[in-house]
Design a protein around this ligand. Structure first.
Ligand SMILES: *Cc1c(COP(=O)(O)O)cnc(C)c1O
Length: 378
């Protein structure tokens, strides 16, 4: 491990450099207002983010994890219900499903895109299945045309986990681009600092076109209150986006589309620089926003060798994620075992995330590529 990176895996100071004055002004505005919880800034951000996603409602909440739980609660998912999701997205979804009192049913992913496999979803549907949570992993939309068609046929609620996919899109059946948040009944977003749209702390949102669910989400995030000190909802909690984070997000949102375009440009640089190596590169499509740039190696040994080589040479890299949910000791009693999800398990041993952020320079990407090439892995 080096102390000073030649190419850091992430660097949020760079992303904020050009925005520092605006961020400080926004924070100052909130401090001077004397109003810190559910005020003008949250309402304005909700409006702006709903518009960005092309949805009717956005409800700001405390985090992406909370957004997933609250979306399940608003959809009426609870004990006795089964919810289908993936095991390659770091436990967030399974944790939320268990919090809601429902049973997580884990299915395998498509080997090329690493997103939920619609055929596996179809095979996992039982009379108790109430919802499916596709994760738009690494910034690429899941096969939402297939998932929403299945959901319609079986009366399932679709909750998009869009925590890695702000601004990602795919073409719908009508030939029009449809954004993350426009496909499901509900979509959960995270504004964790390193996401494509990140706060300067924790934050999240649920996006929906459903008026009733939006109203219920607003109650659930604040103790179940209908209005101050009056409740009509059991099971409310405190899960609010705060004014300060909303004000900071309002500074960053207008730059999201350009930041996503910059990520795509960097993905193209990588693809050219790495083309002749025996690495599996991400499957590109125009609406992929590259939250992460994840390559696949031939096997676990070569992946581990390349990771060690890059880290030893000051190139940041990471594994998203090293142990699938169903093989985590905490979730052993879900009833899965090694071999239950062969594609998910195989990929976990072969993936490696390279540095990817809008401010990464061309020279840095060339240095990453040269370092990979010099590694003698092949
Ligand atoms: C980051 C993330 C979450 C959780 O978001 P937090 O804001 O950190 O709670 C959920 N799902 C996915 C896919 C994520 O990447």
């Amino acid at each position: 491990m080096t102390t000073s990176w030649r190419v850091p895996f992430g660097d949020l100071r760079r992303s904020h450099q050009a925005l520092t004055a605006d961020l400080i002004a926004a924070a100052g505005r909130v401090i001077e207002s004397g109003w810190f919880i559910l005020g003008h800034e949250v309402a304005a951000f909700e409006q702006e983010f709903a518009t960005f996603c092309g949805a009717r409602h956005c409800v700001g909440v405390a985090s992406g994890a909370e957004a997933l739980y609250l979306a399940l609660a608003a959809a009426g998912i609870g004990p006795g219900d089964e919810v289908i999701t993936v095991a390659n997205a770091c436990m967030y979804d399974v944790a939320a499903i268990l919090q809601a009192g429902a049973r997580p049913v884990l299915v395998d992913v498509d080997p090329a895109t690493q997103n939920i496999d619609p055929a596996a979803v179809a095979a996992a549907i039982t009379p108790r299945t109430k919802a499916v949570i596709p994760v738009h992993l690494f910034g690429r939309l899941a096969d939402m045309a297939a998932i929403t068609a299945l959901a319609e046929r079986h009366g399932l609620v679709v909750i998009e986990d869009a925590a890695q996919a702000h601004g990602a899109w795919r073409t719908g059946a009508d030939g029009q681009p449809r954004m993350a948040g426009q496909w499901g009944n509900l979509a959960a977003f995270s504004f964790y600092p390193s996401k494509n749209l990140g706060a300067l702390g924790d934050g999240g949102a649920v996006v929906t076109n459903d008026d009733q669910m939006a109203a219920q989400l607003r109650r659930l995030r604040m103790y179940g209150w209908e209005r101050k000190y009056y409740t009509s909802e059991v099971g409310g909690r405190n899960s609010r986006l705060d004014e300060l984070q909303a004000a900071l997000l309002r500074v960053k949102l207008p730059h999201l589309a350009a930041a996503n375009a910059a990520r795509r440009e960097r993905a193209a640089w990588y693809a050219t620089a790495l083309a002749d190596l025996p690495l599996g590169l991400p499957v590109d499509e125009p609406g992929h926003v590259y939250h992460l740039y994840v390559v696949t190696l031939p096997d676990r040994a070569s992946r581990d060798r390349l990771r060690d080589h890059l880290l030893a040479n000051g190139i940041g890299c990471d594994i998203h994620y090293p142990v699938p949910t169903h093989l985590q000791p905490a979730y052993a009693d879900l009833g899965y075992h090694p071999g239950s999800l062969p594609v998910t398990e195989d990929l976990a041993g072969r993936i490696l995330s390279l540095p990817m952020y809008p401010e990464l320079t061309y020279e840095e990407i060339m240095l990453v590529a040269e370092t990979i090439r010099a590694g003698g892995i092949w």
